[in-house]
Design a binder for this molecule. Structure first.
Ligand SMILES: Cc1cc2nc3c(=O)[nH]c(=O)nc-3n(C[C@H](O)[C@H](O)[C@H](O)COP(=O)(O)O)c2cc1C
Ligand SMILES: [Mn+2]
Length: 465
């Protein structure tokens, strides 16, 4: 599947709206997309962007049904079913396959002629620091020591025709790699792609362990190797049917002002414009009649929240299973919490303290140690995605004195619940919304009499219901 296939699938499934009226890249496109997303609307293809011939795609995976179309599962799959599918498929990673060339090489633009504003780069929100080329764009980098190839979705600001501002947050894989290049006194080659298989955007925004390649996870999700060709100016793989490919390098010792940017928390980071590393573009390749693709970010629920919910939720689930903890029935990380601040775990308790083991394990996983603030554990008679039931457990099984507060853990610098200058460390809470295993006398739940249920159901028509 490439972006064009995905757009056709959306159209066939009544999940696409073509917008033929003229719209401006300056705020208008993003505001239309945002309002459309708040209404649970379809994917959009802006075909008439003021001053440009290039069409722009948005709202690609803002609902479970669109994510299902990307993953090739039934369109009525729920987000939870998609997480289950993700857990299953990613058990067997499949490395990419190199092919000779591909449509991404149909046009090759050398350094001298590079101009990023040839593409309809949007400005999303009024207080943003500028136009952002990269929102769905994924950055491919290679570890100079081990050859590990990473794909990460990091925002990219169009600073001028030939430079893209970056914000690789500390510890993110592109940052870990950049620090190694810095120690070696070298510049880091990068490839940035827009489009190709939409699964790249999904795996690029997912948290996978260091030293593991998102290419292998993309292959796992597809059930076959991803097809890649080579960059023109460096030794990095390029998805063969990407729409636009930016090749360049980052000098670890050079910075320029970048930001601010409306974050997925629904807030600005509070840091404003900051000095950050940037990409110097050396070459651009693109398909004939390329399609540009952006996502709105900002307040939930957007593409970012949906992709994070599926990927972070599934990863947490997988990590808990890999620890060999018994009784995990299911894990759900709601998109409203960007799939990472809140985790709900359904557990079949088997021994005293089992809940505490699961809670502390969750916040110690690779997924959970960064940003996960609230873990809610419910008994196995409650589905973790069933929010009304979870609230019922919070009301009638949860006892605040049984909650555990952990006062220090790694935070994301974007969490607006912390003071702007103190966002490195967060507290966490493990909410035990279960009935304690060790209680000899448990609350008696009200049940319907199964015989009477059967009897009245048989009379349903007679009852006029
Ligand atoms: C639209 C969008 C924009 C993002 N922007 C950034 C960013 O600017 N910096 C960053 O560190 N992470 C950003 N992320 C989150 C990363 O994609 C995510 O943490 C991912 O795990 C990074 O890949 P890595 O684990 O290989 O480092 C963004 C995610 C999305 C969906
Ligand atoms: Mn990675």
């Amino acid at each position: 599947m490439d972006l064009r296939d995905y757009i056709s699938i959306c159209e066939k499934e009544n999940e696409l709206k073509r917008i033929k009226a003229e719209v401006d890249w300056d705020l208008e496109m993003s505001h239309i997309a945002k309002i459309n997303e708040e209404r649970g609307g379809p994917a959009l293809l802006f075909e008439n962007v003021k001053g440009y011939k290039t069409p722009v795609f948005s709202s690609a995976c803002t609902t479970a049904s669109k994510l299902a179309l990307i993953l090739g599962t039934p369109k009525n799959s729920t987000l939870y079913q998609l997480m289950e599918e993700w857990v299953k498929r990613t058990k067997n990673k499949i490395p990419p396959k190199e092919v000779g060339s591909g449509p991404c090489k149909e046009n090759i633009i050398g350094e001298k002629d590079v101009n990023i504003f040839k593409f309809p780069v949007p400005k999303l929100f009024p207080r943003d620091g500028g136009r952002y080329f990269g929102t769905t764009a994924y950055t491919i980098t290679k570890d100079p020591e081990t050859g590990w190839v990473n794909i990460g979705v990091y925002r990219l600001q169009a600073l001028d025709e030939k430079h893209l501002g970056t914000q690789f947050i500390k510890g993110k894989h592109a940052d870990i790699m950049l620090q190694k290049y810095k120690a070696m006194g070298k510049k880091m080659p990068v490839v940035v792609c827009v489009g190709g298989d939409p699964i790249y955007f999904v795996v690029g925004s997912a948290r996978f362990p260091a030293f593991e390649s998102e290419f292998d996870y993309a292959g796992a999700l597809r059930g076959e190797p991803m097809e890649v060709t080579r960059a023109e100016t460096c030794d990095l793989p390029v998805p063969k049917d990407a729409e636009i490919v930016i090749e360049g390098e980052v000098d670890p010792d050079e910075t320029r002002p970048e930001g601010p940017f409306g974050e997925y928390t629904g807030y600005y980071s509070g840091v404003g414009t900051a000095q950050r590393n940037f990409i110097k573009i050396k070459c651009i390749t693109h398909r004939n009649d390329p399609i540009f693709w952006f996502t709105t970010v900002g307040r939930a629920v957007t593409d970012t929240h949906m992709t994070m919910a599926i990927a972070y939720g599934a990863t947490l689930w997988q990590e808990l299973l890999a620890m060999g903890i018994p009784g995990i029935k299911g894990v759900y990380c709601p998109p409203e919490g960007a799939g990472r601040f809140i985790a709900i775990i359904s557990l079949k308790q088997m021994y005293p303290g089992h809940v505490n083991q699961v809670g502390t394990a969750a916040i110690s996983t690779e997924m959970g140690h960064y940003g996960l603030k609230t873990v809610i554990i419910v008994d196995d008679d409650i589905d973790p995605w069933d929010i009304p039931r979870v609230l019922w457990a919070l009301a009638f099984r949860f006892q605040p004195s049984r909650a555990q507060i952990i006062s220090r853990g790694r935070s994301t610098p974007l969490d607006p619940s912390l003071p702007i200058d103190q966002r490195d460390i967060t507290s966490r809470i493990i909410i035990d919304a279960t009935i304690p295993f060790e209680w000899k006398e448990k609350p008696v739940m009200i049940e319907l009499d199964p015989e009477v249920v059967k009897r009245v159901k048989e009379r349903w028509a007679e009852l006029g219901l």
